[in-house]
Design a protein around this ligand. Structure first.
Ligand SMILES: C[S@@+](CC[C@H](N)C(=O)[O-])C[C@H]1O[C@@H](n2cnc3c(N)ncnc32)[C@H](O)[C@@H]1O
Length: 500
């Protein structure tokens, strides 16, 4: 059973049928709906303020009823939040207090809202991310959902991985950008702001309809979305950027396949293909940005090298978020199952499977690879980031690649070196009965690229000198100091400035 079959059987139509082909969709009426949502205050800052949350990722389905009964007032905006984020039904009068009759009819025609007795339920969540509003499928907390199940064609919610990739992928101008595994279209629609043209690809036709709807709702006209298997619909085309949030959860072959989640036995089925085929679809200097759960981080460099063998060389930057303890990971990925016995069996199957295929560690992370000219030596760098990237760090990623280039090409020899903006030193004195130890950490409050980094007193003094004097790189980089300076440069603590 798929969600498309379920809703066709129940309501007589598939959702967003009007977006089944590329050139369709009631664009003007959707623009009017978007304006009404804006006027009602249905935007990230106002919705999070109303819910009292730091960001929408903190909204947990288990707490939907709490927000309804304890937190939200009875206003048109709060009712829209109930309908589009909390899986709660609204009566016609509440709907029409928030939206015009034409917009309500449009939502009915598109299958976004469906009748439930005297009330209406939404078949989608409408998530706010920056300026974007993004429809995704609801989940098992919705009364419309089949008891306890997850279905293979579910269009994925906006998760930490979705937001993190949106924040980490470079945003400088791109002529052509490819969003692989587009789901709701979030990555491609973010990219539409810095790209002349975006193509999104998903194997799931339901996801393609959602992406097209989301483009139209947000008034984005330079992004198109097509169905297909990874690079197959864009064979022979090269891009300045490729973005991918592929399914990456390792699964035993016996487990029912969810398109948005399952990445094969080690979770790397699509990741491998992205490194095999991605570099050949990049223009020189182009960047492939991927989010994934990383298995066995220690062997990642060798795996990337073997997957990308024969492709153009790459500068690879790996941003590592938090470690994901195996016990919590298998439990979290079994929650969608309807019964306690089903969940227990799934946890056991996953644990056995992880042992069989040799998965010993898991980390959340981002793999960002820049295509280099033929003959240039590639590079590989792992950096720790914040536990979860929820604020833009793309400018740091671009600086990292520029610094790598300057080191490789010798441009740093002519540059002056300074301290990156926002860097602070935090001193902690630990006093014992007989001695005192001083610890120095680099901290950059509110910047997800820089987790606290402990440094020695020697480096602390060096960095203070650099902040004050902006010395020439050539004067600072002696044979002894060069490795540590290069490390600090590639970490983004130091930055290069033109001479003079
Ligand atoms: C983890 S979701 C990502 C959704 C969205 N890009 C985001 O960042 O939230 C993975 C998506 O990959 C799609 N997918 C799975 N296998 C695919 C394949 N072989 N080719 C293209 N898309 C695929 C799924 O249908 C799903 O929409």
């Amino acid at each position: 059973m798929t969600l498309d079959q379920l809703s066709a059987g129940r309501f007589g139509h598939r959702i967003f049928e009007a977006f089944a082909s590329e050139t369709s969709g009631p664009l003007e009426r959707l623009q009017a709906l978007r304006r009404e949502l804006d006027r009602a205050g249905y935007r990230e800052d106002q919705v999070t303020a109303l819910l009292g949350l730091p960001h929408l990722l903190a909204l947990q389905p288990e707490h939907f009823h709490y927000y309804d009964r304890w937190v939200l007032p009875t206003t048109p905006l709060a009712d829209l939040v109930r309908l589009f984020l909390l899986d709660l039904p609204l009566g016609r009068s509440a709907l029409e207090a928030a939206l015009s009759p034409d917009s309500v009819n449009l939502l009915l025609e598109l299958g976004v809202i469906v009748p439930s007795g005297e009330q209406w339920h939404s078949q989608v969540h409408l998530y706010c991310f920056g300026e974007l509003l993004l429809a995704t499928d609801t989940g098992r907390y919705s009364p419309l959902w089949p008891e306890g199940e997850d279905l293979p064609d579910r269009v994925m919610y906006i998760g930490y991985d979705s937001v993190g990739l949106g924040c980490a992928a470079p945003r400088s101008p791109s002529r052509r950008t490819l969003d692989l595994c587009c789901g709701s279209g979030i990555q491609g629609l973010v990219a539409a702001h810095y790209s002349e043209e975006v193509i999104g690809v998903d194997i799931n036709p339901r996801a393609v309809r959602f992406s097209r709807f989301n483009a139209a709702l947000n008034g984005i006209r330079n992004a198109r979305f097509v169905q297909g298997d990874l690079f197959e619909p864009v064979r022979g085309t090269c891009f300045d950027r490729i973005l991918a949030n592929p399914p990456f959860v390792p699964q035993p072959p016996s487990v029912a396949r969810l398109l948005y989640r399952d990445g094969g036995p080690t979770g790397e089925d699509l990741l491998r293909r992205l490194f095999q085929e991605g570099p050949r679809h990049l223009n020189e200097g182009g960047v492939l940005s991927i989010t994934t759960d990383i298995i066995n981080l220690g062997g990642l460099e060798e795996r990337i090298l073997s997957w990308s063998e024969g492709t153009p060389p790459l500068d690879v930057l790996v941003l590592v978020e938090k470690a994901l303890p195996i016990a919590g990971y298998v439990e979290g990925h079994s929650r969608h199952l309807g019964t306690a016995s089903g969940r227990r069996a799934h946890v056991r199957a996953l644990l056995d499977h992880f042992q069989t295929v040799g998965i010993t560690t898991l980390h959340g992370g981002y793999l960002i690879a820049r295509h280099l000219p033929q003959g240039t030596p590639g590079a590989y760098q792992i950096l720790d980031s914040a536990e979860a990237i929820t604020h833009p760090v793309a400018h740091h990623v671009e600086t990292h690649f520029r610094s790598r280039e300057a080191l490789r090409g010798g441009a740093c020899a002519r540059a002056r070196v300074g301290l990156a903006e926002g860097i602070r030193f935090q001193l902690e004195v630990i006093s014992g009965p007989e001695s005192e130890v001083q610890r120095v950490q680099i901290v950059v409050p509110g910047d997800d690229f820089f987790p606290p980094l402990e440094i020695s007193e020697g480096i602390h003094q060096l960095l203070r000198y650099v902040r004050k004097n902006r010395p020439p790189w050539s004067a600072l980089a002696t044979e002894n100091s060069r490795p540590v300076l290069e490390e600090l440069l590639l970490r983004g603590v130091l930055e290069l400035h033109p001479p003079g």
